[in-house]
Design a protein around this ligand. Structure first.
Ligand code: C2E
Ligand code: CA
Ligand code: CA
Ligand code: CA
Length: 278
């Protein structure tokens, strides 16, 4: 009826208003989060599958909101991107990652490498990010190859990225192609861009079974990457079977809950002892 329709309409606008308000609050709180030191990095080990040792880790951003507690990056990264706050946040992530890596290289493992997620916006617009990163590396006293940045396929479609990639490699920083297979993957990008690592998306790892199509896809990706001189990291490994299948196919590195969830720095340090090179 007309009555119902009107009610539904009221209900709809009310919830829309609520959503808009929630987002406004989020934006306001996000603006002050950096200054209030509410961000922290968690670390998830990246395991060399042939030896089972920790060679690398991925830094994952966490926001500890004073009232709401931990907020997922899936919720606040898109808002940070919309508002442009992602640039300052991304630069903070890079600097913090550099600082932590320098400490762990000195105290635990000289060859340790940390990878950081990078929003396409950070490397697209006329931001000063590369210069900021160069300064971070210098002030911390860290060689560029101690860090890798994780980018997504969308960035490879950007005409100006080729130039930035050269500048990134000139700093020594390595580049990892994240979520491989989920975007607009095109083999031609792999030919055109000098990528160091390719991360097989967890959606291909989740249903890995002998004879499965995902197994065929993973195997083909690994063979192709290796022929192109690219190393492969499989993400989202949760079971021993997945680990064993990937190792048997020659996948170089693995990451997932089977080894560890992303954890705070103090907890991550214990992994160096538990999973160190013989
Ligand atoms: P991502 O880069 O694909 O990161 C992997 C996500 O998978 C992480 O979620 C991680 O906790 C989760 N994960 C790890 N192992 C497993 C597993 O075995 N099974 C399953 N199901 N999931 C696993 P998280 O930490 O919630 O991060 C979500 C996304 O937020 C990231 O996806 C990344 O796109 C973004 N993000 C996180 N930190 C940053 C950052 O510092 N900067 C930017 N720009 N984006 C970030
Ligand atoms: Ca990532
Ligand atoms: Ca990923
Ligand atoms: Ca290469």
């Amino acid at each position: 009826s007309k009555e119902q329709g009107r009610n539904r309409f009221h209900y709809f606008t009310a919830s829309m208003q609520e959503a808009a308000q929630t987002k406004m609050h989020l934006i306001n709180d996000l603006r002050s989060a950096l200054a209030n030191e509410e961000f922290q990095l968690h670390y998830q080990p990246i395991i060399e599958l042939a030896t089972g040792t920790v060679q690398k880790a991925e830094a994952l951003l966490r926001w500890k909101h004073p009232l709401r507690g931990m907020i997922s990056p899936l919720e606040f990264i898109p808002v940070a991107e919309e508002t442009g706050l992602i640039i300052d946040i991304g630069n903070w992530v890079f600097h913090e990652a550099a600082r932590q890596t320098q400490r762990w290289r000195q105290q635990h493992q000289p060859g340790f490498q940390l990878s950081v997620n990078t929003s396409p916006l950070q490397l697209r617009a006329d931001t000063n990010s590369l210069e900021r990163w160069r300064r971070s590396l210098k002030s911390v006293g860290l060689p560029g190859n101690a860090l890798a940045i994780e980018i997504t396929e969308s960035l490879l479609m950007d005409a100006s990225f080729a130039k930035r990639l050269v500048a990134i490699h000139a700093m020594g920083v390595e580049v990892s192609l994240d979520d491989f297979g989920t975007g607009y993957s095109s083999m031609s990008y792999l030919k055109k861009f000098d990528i160091d690592y390719l991360k097989i998306d967890k959606s291909f790892v989740a249903n890995l079974r002998p004879g499965s199509s995902d197994l065929a896809i993973c195997e083909a990706v690994i063979v192709m990457a290796h022929k192109l001189g690219i190393m492969v990291i499989a993400e989202g490994i949760e079971t021993l079977e997945q680990q064993n299948l990937l190792r048997a196919m020659g996948c170089d590195f693995g990451q997932g809950y089977l080894f560890s969830h992303p954890v705070p720095a103090a907890i991550f340090e214990q992994l160096f002892e538990a999973r160190s090179k013989p």
